[in-house]
Design a protein around this ligand. Structure first.
Ligand SMILES: Cc1cc2nc3c(=O)[nH]c(=O)nc-3n(C[C@H](O)[C@H](O)[C@H](O)COP(=O)(O)O)c2cc1C
Length: 183
């Protein structure tokens, strides 16, 4: 048997290869019932020039996906490696719905965590009511065009309504954070 398979399964080896794929670190902004929310995501990419479309892959139970299904709009905030980008990323790691954290039950799981508390943001004009993070490197305002279930994620294709570079710096990436949502 191949020596490198002794301690690690083939599954581990595939995961390790997939962890090498670099991703940007984004906060996907959504809103519903007048309440904005931000979700950290890295499965985000441009998929068409004309029309200009971006795609984001969501876990089926993410509350952000529910908000997009409700009102179609979302923002894509690309975080900055400089300044407070890493701290911002950390503050979005908690789910808004504490019931999503394994092992929490009863009162703890009923808690709604406001990930935007203490964050400097404004509300987008075209992607109405969705948060634009002031310290992001750049952001896009999008309107969902198609929503497709693929494998264990739900792909949202968003038409880009507007976008702007907000600050100087370099994009925050999975290579920089060392965090992995892949494999
Ligand atoms: C670095 C990182 C990247 C992530 N990327 C994605 C992603 O691309 N799609 C996704 O659905 N969840 C992703 N997640 C998990 C979501 O952020 C997490 O499920 C979150 O609780 C969903 O938030 P919401 O319930 O407020 O929508 C990622 C988490 C981390 C830490």
């Amino acid at each position: 048997m191949d020596g490198h398979l002794v301690d690690r399964t083939e599954e581990d080896i595939i995961k390790e290869a997939m962890h090498e794929m670099p991703y940007g670190i984004y906060v996907i902004g959504t809103t519903a019932d007048g309440k904005p929310n931000g979700m950290i995501a890295d499965w985000v990419l441009q998929v068409s020039f004309n029309p200009r479309l971006v795609m984001c892959a969501f876990e089926p139970d993410s509350s952000s996906l529910g908000r997009i299904r409700q009102n179609k709009f979302f923002t894509v905030n690309l975080l900055n490696q400089e300044g407070n980008g890493m701290a911002l990323a950390r503050s979005f790691v908690q789910p808004s719905n504490a019931a999503k954290v394994r092992g929490r039950s009863g009162a703890a799981s009923a808690v709604q965590h406001d990930k935007l508390a203490g964050i400097d943001y404004r509300l987008a004009e075209r992607a109405t009511g969705c948060p634009v993070i002031e310290d992001a490197l750049a952001y896009l305002e999008c309107e969902a065009d198609r929503i497709e279930e693929v494998g264990d994620h739900v792909l949202v294709f968003g038409r880009v309504l507007y976008g702007e570079v907000l600050n100087q710096g370099e994009p925050l990436t999975s290579t920089y954070t060392g965090w992995s949502y892949s494999g």
